[in-house]
Design a protein around this ligand. Structure first.
Ligand code: BES
Ligand code: MN
Ligand code: ZN
Length: 498
């Protein structure tokens, strides 16, 4: 879909439909909506008086046959109360409106920027959110069937009457569209079934993305195979992958800006998590094709940073393995050795993600990463604690986690810190090894975090548990059912303002 900015009055826009907004509690609309209301002979004001239009978030109304306008339809989307307006509401309203435009077969759609004129939002930020909500809402995973939602919108045009704002808005369009494309690329990887997206295929897909995005000059891709991993002593990662007929791939993406501190960005990439010999129950096991969401998200973040020319010194690590039961699988009771020499007693082969991350953390520090962020669909305990909308955040540096939470609000993603309480370290104590790989059911998100912490020496480190937030069975305003790609926008924002 082509997205552009034109300088004119929305009342002069020619196309199939225009998108306008209305705040809750407005009696007679002002701004662009007010101008259109006048041309419509006060139709919008009458609908408000009739309480047919209330302006609540989630509300969308289509006005038909507007003889004084050069479009046939007007889509009126609610923004809620003026005092509650923020960028996330703009994202949601944009998603709701554009889905309605698609439903009514509009091909060329004009919109105003919600919240920047009468609302109090920064115009560039509001435009970015508008574009993000629009592009994220239209996402459809249709690799294996016909598109579910009929016609495509060809042109999406942001109509701004103030020429002094146009340049700023055009830049914001590029940022918003790039971030949405990056998040949608992550969604594509996550939605792909595990029979197709093996570790090797993950590597191929990432290399293809780097080429298609035209960033080969900026992002260098290196892959370590099983033999190379053995040489480096990555016994934890190798143990997880040893039961699968698909060999592991340790994928490393490098973006060099040598004057900046090196940031390690690690995403859990278990292409399928059957649980291994500690096999999962069969109901819901299919969802474990999304256990590589962390790797997909860090791929998306890397694409966006490169495309938008961020000056970050980045080491992205995607340790891709499949966790399967077989005659060669690792077993409960096994003792394995991680890259830093620490020994681990396996008590549950389903606690596999932390093993792949342990070696990745050690690798990142061996490459001199000073800041490390890992993101992982790590524990069912995190889903129980925080549900489907909030990710768990842990780490060893309070200032860094505060900063991430601060920027997450702009991105419209929710995080909550869980304590890495040292008093729970005894849960990971083993009689035969330095530590065991599971601390049991209680506080399992925290004990998983404590396990990871044992593999970080000097770096400032953040751990994000997205077990609850990467997959949704219900469509919402700008998120179709399936993979969400949660985390791309926040981590991008965090790293680009570091
Ligand atoms: N990939 C799962 C965690 C998960 C659960 C992700 C639900 C998404 C939705 C992880 O590898 C796992 O199996 N964790 C176990 C750990 C336990 C064995 C200590 C869990 O949380 O049950
Ligand atoms: Mn598991
Ligand atoms: Zn897992």
């Amino acid at each position: 879909m082509k997205i552009s900015v034109v300088v004119k009055s929305i009342t002069d826009f020619k196309g199939d439909a225009i998108i306008l907004n209305i705040f809750e509690g407005t009696k007679s609309p002002g701004g662009a909506t007010g101008a259109v209301d006048k041309l419509l002979g006060g139709l919008i004001s009458r609908l408000i008086a009739d309480r047919e239009v209330k302006g609540r978030v989630g509300e969308v109304t289509v006005l038909h046959e507007c003889p004084k306008l050069t479009v046939r339809k007007v889509i009126l989307v609610g923004l809620g109360k003026k005092k509650d307006l923020n960028n996330e509401i703009v994202r949601r309203a944009a998603g709701i409106a554009v889905k309605k435009a698609r439903e009514i077969n509009a091909r060329r759609v004009g919109t105003i920027v919600h919240g920047s004129d009468i609302g109090s939002l920064d115009p560039a930020r509001a435009t970015q959110s508008l574009v993000e909500g629009t592009c994220l809402a239209l996402y459809d995973f249709n690799a294996y069937r016909k598109p579910a939602n009929g016609q495509r919108i060809n042109e999406f045009i942001i109509v701004e009457k103030d020429p002094s704002k146009a340049k700023k808005l055009s830049n914001a369009v590029v940022i918003g569209q790039t971030l949405a494309d990056a998040q949608n690329a992550a969604r594509d990887l996550i939605n792909e079934p595990a029979n197709i997206l093996t570790p090797e295929k993950m590597q191929k897909r990432i290399q293809m993305l780097i080429e298609n995005w035209g960033i080969q000059k900026v992002v260098k891709c290196q892959c370590l195979d099983r033999a190379a991993l053995r040489k480096m002593g990555m016994g934890a990662l190798l143990a997880v992958g040893q039961g699968s007929s698909h060999v592991p791939r340790f994928i490393v993406l490098r973006m060099t800006n040598a004057d900046k501190p090196l940031v390690g960005l690690i995403g859990k990439t278990v292409t399928f998590d059957s649980g291994g010999l500690s096999i999962k129950q069969s109901s819901g096991m299919g969802a474990m094709k999304t256990d590589m969401a962390g790797g997909a998200v860090v791929t998306g973040v890397t694409l966006a940073l490169a495309k938008l020319d961020s000056k970050v010194n980045l080491l992205t690590i995607i340790p891709a393995v499949e966790n399967m039961p077989s005659g060669s699988a690792y077993r409960p009771g096994d003792v394995i050795r991680a890259m830093n020499g620490k020994t681990i007693e396996i008590v549950n082969t389903d606690a596999e993600g932390r093993l792949t991350l342990a070696d990745s953390l050690v690798y990142a520090e061996s490459k001199k990463a000073e800041i490390i962020i890992d993101i992982a669909t790590l524990t069912g305990g995190c889903v129980v604690a925080l549900g489907e909308k909030i990710a768990g955040l842990m780490g060893n540096d309070r200032a860094l986690s505060d900063k991430l939470i601060e920027v997450s609000e702009l991105a419209g993603e929710k995080f909550w810190t869980l304590p890495l309480y040292e008093g729970y370290l005894n849960k990971l104590k083993s009689d035969v090894a330095d530590l065991k790989n599971s601390g049991g059911r209680y506080a399992s998100a925290i004990t998983a975090g404590l396990f990871l912490k044992a593999f970080v020496e000097k770096a400032k480190w953040l751990h994000i548990d997205v077990a609850g937030t990467e997959l949704t069975d219900k469509e919402s305003d700008y998120t179709p059912a399936g993979a969400t790609g949660f985390g791309v926008r926040t981590i991008y924002e965090f790293l680009s303002t570091l």
